[in-house]
Design a protein around this ligand. Sequence first.
Ligand code: AMP
Length: 114
Amino acid sequence: MSGDCIFCKIASGSLSTEFLVETDQLVAFRDLNPVAPTHILVIPKRHIESLAHIEASDGALLGEIMLAIKELAKEQGLEKGFRVVANTGPDGGQSVHHLHFHLIGGRSLQWPPG
Ligand code: AMP
């Protein structure tokens, strides 16, 4: 747990948030400012600053996160497709410095994003 990290507070339960998924390693919850009908964040419980800070030993954790995203997309009825985004660092537009994957769907998404 990193002291002033909002996602560490969510993951530990100290900031009350409804989880769509919770395992020993990860939680998933709805984004506060959704950009699409479905906008879910999937995060590791352990504080990792960003995708630029992962290690080879995080492989199993990242695999678990990807499988959770796949299952969530199925549960949310995103059979027409979805987008997964991991904003990383200042140029990547990361605003919360705890690794997270946005699962976005429920409408047609353009690329590149606006
Ligand atoms: P990013 O800009 O990629 O770092 O994304 C951070 C995301 O976290 C934004 O989409 C915010 O809307 C979302 N967010 C920030 N605080 C909360 C919160 N307490 N609960 C849910 N989502 C949050």
